[in-house]
Write a protein that binds this ligand. Structure first.
Ligand code: DX5
Ligand code: ZN
Length: 219
């Protein structure tokens, strides 16, 4: 089993004190900082872009795991990487024919490339590109906002991906994002997920450090 990493999503943080929020995540034991870039077109909401990434970068040495929910993500990659991203994940649905080029372009910066699939996109849509990405992000909610309920049927896709990576001998991280709680995290891990994104669960916790620890330890 690959090392479990906890990636709190700053979408659920207090945006008026983002620096402190990110420092708090680091003190409380987060492994990665998950940053949701949304453009208001690929998804209905607008969140933030390179300036926020740059600001977050100044407050932590943790790797920044940037999840781009934008149309034509290829156009956004340079700015996001220059702002300090360590992993850049793009949606297969947003890339169309440019998926290969986009993944190659991300890797050309010497950083890790991720590909995200929304709940209605099968793993088969991206399996053939597995050589070109380092991480698969299986969305367990429809992208666009935090605080939704995990869609159970998406777990089967993580399992399918895990089996595929095992069979092909490819070392790939599998990340899941959306609706993950202390109650369902065991089933998420059992499906082969090793990178756990959590927004509401971490930021609404009475004891953030304990909740991050629980998300890591619960089996
Ligand atoms: C949703 C975002 C998620 C979101 C998760 O589109 O990609 O990262 O912040 O939030 P929770 O954990 O509250 O579902
Ligand atoms: Zn996300």
């Amino acid at each position: 089993m690959k090392k479990i990493k906890i990636a709190p999503s700053i979408l659920a943080a207090d945006f008026s004190k983002m620096g402190e929020e990110v420092e708090r995540l680091e003190r409380c034991g987060a492994d990665l900082i998950h940053c949701d870039v949304m453009d208001g077109t690929f998804v209905p909401t607008i969140t933030f872009g390179m300036h926020m990434i740059e600001a977050v970068r100044r407050h932590t040495s943790l790797p920044l795991d940037v999840h781009i929910m934008c149309v034509r993500p290829l156009n956004k990659v340079s700015d996001i990487v220059n702002a300090g991203a360590d992993i850049v994940t793009v949606h297969a649905e947003a890339c169309g024919d440019a998926l290969k080029d986009t993944l190659r372009f991300i890797r050309s910066y010497g950083i890790r490339a991720g590909v995200a699939i929304s709940p209605d996109t099968p793993f088969a849509a991206v399996a053939e590109y597995a050589e070109l990405f380092d991480m698969l992000l299986v969305m367990s909610v429809y992208p666009g906002r935090g605080g939704q309920k995990l869609i159970e049927r998406t777990l089967a896709k993580a399992e399918e991906a895990r089996n595929f990576f095992e069979k092909t001998g490819l070392e790939r991280d599998i990340e899941m994002d959306g609706g993950i709680t202390e109650e369902n995290v065991a089933s998420v891990k059992a499906a082969g997920v090793n990178v756990i994104v959590a927004g509401s669960t971490v930021f609404h916790a009475p004891d953030m450090a304990k909740t991050i620890q629980n998300l890591r330890d619960i089996r």
